[in-house]
Design a protein. Sequence first.
Lengths: 375, 288
Amino acid sequence: MNNGRFLAFILVLATIVLIFIGTKWPVKAAREFTSGEHMGRLSDTPQAALQNLGDAIRSNAWRKAYDSLANKAQFTENDFMHDVVGAYPNLRTYSRLENLESHPLHATDNEADYRVKLHWATVIGDSVSTRDVHVVRNGGAWQVEWPITKEAPLPPQVIPVNYLRWDVIFRGAGDDWGAQDVEAPHVRIIDMHPVQRAESLVIMGELLNEDVVPAYVAVNATLLNKKQQQIASEGSFDMISHLLLPKAVTPFLIKFPDVQLSQVGSVRMTPFSTLIPASADPVIEIQNEKLNPAPDASLTGEVVNQSGEIANVAHVLGTFYDQSGNIVWVADEYVERALLPQTPVPFNIPIPEDLARKISSQRTVVSTYKMGGAA
Amino acid sequence: MRRSWTALLAVAAMAACASAATAQAGGLTVPPTVEAGSAFSIASSGSGQGTLYIVGLGQVIKRDVQLGGTISIPEGTLYNAGHYMAFLAGGSGEPASFDVIPAKVSEINFLARPSRLPVKLHDGITGAVYVFDSYKNLITTPMPVSFDLNTPSEAAQNRSVQTKYGAASIAMDSSQKEGAVRFIARAGEVSATRIIGQVPGDPCALRMSAKPAGKKIELETEPVRDCSGNAVPDGTIVTFTETYNGGESMVDVPLKRGIAKIDMPAYPGANISVASGVVLGNQIHWGK
């Protein structure tokens, strides 16, 4: 009995000590969720105003963020929120602002221009959106003028969609031994190219679905040394378009950190394919694509959803070729917003500066996902 | 083999220990071969009661018998193919041995691969057959198996293969026309059917046309067919690429009712190309 009381006393004491430590010296993440010193920071400089805005967005204090804006009369709080995270479910729906990075472009005593980079922590890693904002002095405090981009609302309409859809019935438990199952889709690697990039070995290539049915695909690569012993094995993860409709081609890229090409005797490629139910809808058009030379080499363009269904997440994969048609690089970008029907959404895929000069053509594919499953 | 002898010795020892038999110098005469599941008789000599054991790899039978007469083994009693020994417990006669052979073919296991393949593929369809009797004994005696590949529009391919150790296999060509093919394997009076889907191959002579549609160009392919003239199935991706003034537009369009159709921006001087998979089609220069 006495032991029990002593244990309870110890636990209560430990709890009090931990509460005290947590209150006195909170960790950064906890501080951000409270209205502590960060939220209460005076906007006495343009940077402080931007940081305060970032803190409010990070803690989902949309009212506070909206109220801090200089041009809030031009739009509603909802417009602002939709501009930052999107009106329809998208990659941002399940993300959080990790960091707001600001770089001054121009400044006077009463106004300043900043380029802000919003770093979002998303399911696919860091996603950065860049905005050029104007900050103005209002009395003793600085306020941000948010460059609002209003998303045009979708007019109520009926869009008939009659693209093909594939459903699959696999063999059942009651089938005889020897009875057939549906054949896995036939896929083929049509190009493969290993290159050394800094400390990593990168294997790039293209995979073709040569069948008449849709395929869920992935590619694995196993590196073997000159004695045919395994060095490492990696998969393409998301550097591939996993859903391949008949005769569709996807690039893939597999990274092997800390492996030198000189160590490698051979590479064993293992394409994987399985039959999945799929739809040929939505059809995505890529328009106004441009290869922008160095510095800041990139592939820019717009993706347009030609169908009636909203594509919540769009993943743009660019394959870059040299003059001989050999693959030079594969890069990707997740589009920030959901793709609404007939509404262009820009994309910008950065290209390594040293490779930009070699690139003479490119091919782009887009895979889309809708919330709850692959589109 | 070791298992069979172990079983035999165990049963013999058990029989000797439990020697309640009243047999006197019993001997057995068995047929050299017995068809699985069929009735047969064993002639015995001696007199009195005895216990008959028939021991094989997959089956053991024990019967109390009257010696000096014919012992009838009814139909369906001994059905596992293999080598058997028959002896009387406590008897002084030598064990008699005989073989149970598979009965006539009653079932075939037919593996046909793949279930879907392109047309005109040499040796693309493979079939393997395993022949069994009604008691699931693999029939190892060589026997002919016929393979028929029946297409709806072309003459059937028919080939016959002799089984070896109970199995027969074959490779056959897919035909020129798409559609479901009945692949039939027949052994004796038993047959099994598998359906093979023959699908069109890669698009052949892919061609598109363009016409103005306001500020856009309406692009449309001709009906897309493979090199054998089969219509490429709907859903197949056709890629239209338009290059202009250093810019590019691209769209992957699935075939619908045999054609791919899309509107793209009309840039004067643009070059438009069409492709499907690794097959390139024609190119159009959109005039200024």
